[in-house]
Ligand binder design. Sequence first.
Ligand SMILES: [Zn+2]
Length: 179
Amino acid sequence: MHSLYLHCQDPLWRPASPDHVAGVLSGAGLAGAREEGEAPLYRAGERFRTLVMFLGCSPGVSLTAQQAADGQPVCRIRLHDFRDVQLLESRPVPAPRCAACRAPQERPTSLAYDRLQHCSGCGESVPLYRLDWRRGAGFGRFFVEIEHVFPHEAVPADGLMSILEALSGKAWDYFYLSR
Ligand SMILES: [Zn+2]
C-alpha cells in the first residue's frame, strides 16, 4: 500500500474539527463525496488532478470505481486525526539526514518528535521532526492521505499547499508512506 501524505510542519497542529478541513477540501475540489466507513474517507473531487500533480504517465491512477479496470485501486482522500503526535514511517524505515548538512543520522532509539538529535557532521542539534526524513516519514497529529500514490509518482500542487497553509496559518509538507 502506497500513499501520499500531507501534514503541517508544526507537528502539534491539529484542526479544531476534521469536518472543517473536509469542508475546505471539498470546496476546493480535492475531495468529493464522502464514502461510507469509520475514518473520514472521500472520493476524489472534480479538481483532484489539478491539485495533485501526477508526474509522467500514471496508468495506475483511477479516480472512480467506473474508471478502475480489473480491480485497479481508486485514489481516495482519507483524513487522520490523532490526539498525540505520531510518527508515520514507511517500511523499510527511511534513514534520516541532517537537514542542514545532509549528513546521515543514526536512527534514534527514542522517536519522540521533540527529542533533540545532535549531528556530528555540523554540530547542530535539532528536534527529530526537523530532520530530513527523505520524504519517507513524517510527524504530526493530523494528516491528509491520498491513497494509492507510489513514492514520487505525484506531488501536491502549490495551490493545494496554499489552501492547507491558509487553513492552519502554518507551512505544510508532504511525504510518501509505503508499507
Ligand atoms: Zn548536520
